[in-house]
Every structure is written in C-alpha cells, then in structure tokens.
Design a protein around this ligand. Sequence first.
Ligand SMILES: NC(=O)c1ccc[n+]([C@@H]2O[C@H](COP(=O)([O-])OP(=O)(O)OC[C@H]3O[C@@H](n4cnc5c(N)ncnc54)[C@H](OP(=O)(O)O)[C@@H]3O)[C@@H](O)[C@H]2O)c1
Length: 163
Amino acid sequence: MISFLWAEGSNHIIGKNGNLPWHLPADMRYFKKLTTGNTIVTGRKTYLSFGKPLPNRKNMVITTSNNINDAGVLVFHSINEFIEYSKKHVDEEIFVVGGANIFEQLVPYADRLYKTEIEHDFDGDTYMPTINYDNFKLINTIPGKVDDKNIYDFNFKVFQKIK
Ligand SMILES: NC(=O)c1ccc[n+]([C@@H]2O[C@H](COP(=O)([O-])OP(=O)(O)OC[C@H]3O[C@@H](n4cnc5c(N)ncnc54)[C@H](OP(=O)(O)O)[C@@H]3O)[C@@H](O)[C@H]2O)c1
C-alpha cells in the first residue's frame, strides 16, 4: 500500500528554499511516529534536505543521478522502477514523504493520505500538487494542540482511496 505523508499550509505551500517553511515540532513527532520501523520514499531534493538517511526506517530515494550512495539507501532511477519494485518486494505500507515533484507523479498510486493541514498562509516556493479529494474518503481528523512551540492551528487528517 502506498501512502502520502505531508504537511501543507492553507495556501498549499509545502516548501521554501529546499526546506519546510515552518517550525512545527508536533508534526515532526507525528511524522516520526508513523514512519519509524517503516519504509519512506523521497525525491532527491527532499532526501538531501534531511541531511542523512532517517534512522530506523528503510530509506528509498528517486533520482536520475548516481550520486546517492549512502549505506542502506535504496535508489530508483524512475517512478516506474520504484513502482515495480514495491509491487514485487514490499508488502507493508510505504510512506511517500515528498517532495512536490514526487507527489505529483505518484498521485495515481496513492491509497491513503496522511495530511497535516496548517491553518496559515506561508511564503514559499513549492506547492502541493492538486489531489482530487472526490476519490478519497476522510477517515480520521485529530486536532493538533497549539502551544508556545506549535503556534499555528493544525489538524492531522487521514483520507482513504475510494475503491
Ligand atoms: N511540507 C511537507 O510535508 C514536505 C514534504 C517533503 C518535501 N517538502 C519540501 O518540498 C521541497 C522539495 O520538493 P521538490 O518537488 O522540489 O523536490 P523532490 O520531489 O524532493 O525531488 C525532486 C527530484 O527527484 C528526482 N525525481 C523526480 N522525478 C523523478 C523521476 N521520474 N525519475 C527519476 N528521478 C526523479 C529528481 O532528482 P535528480 O535531479 O537527482 O534526478 C528531482 O530533481 C523542499 O522545500 C522540501 O522541504 C515538504
């Protein structure tokens, strides 16, 4: 099963200068909780923004280059290569964690969406691609707790593809 996991602002911004436009530790914890022990897949730019493979997870990266040689990281040179591998070799949930370029190409394959909606318009340069939510059913909403470290209103939403 292929799941998307990301956070976006009210204006659909997800990135700025190669990084996240906000500081929201509660969302980082949510990301860590969902992905630890599981498989994540990123585009090359998002992978490099992490600085290193994320620990206690199987890291997969999609890139046309041969420059990513980090130990234990599985590299795919096309979307098709990734999809074929996943179908054959991965039974568990795979978390696609961005960025926009990779999300856009994988929308047709997404079975579940873990979306953090942040109620704020952010400055940025990277937008979440369009997703037709008519194809998905909202199955869970958890309101995020606003505090001095998490200053925006936010909600963790989960959508399931309608078969
Ligand atoms: N808010 C969130 O939840 C969230 C999540 C993830 C990322 N982000 C943000 O999004 C931004 C990065 O997103 P992005 O769209 O610019 O980049 P990206 O999707 O992370 O990476 C794009 C790269 O992936 C590779 N790629 C894409 N399609 C490919 C294909 N079909 N075959 C082979 N390689 C392919 C290419 O790498 P090569 O050039 O090496 O070939 C391409 O340059 C950053 O600001 C990041 O912080 C936000």
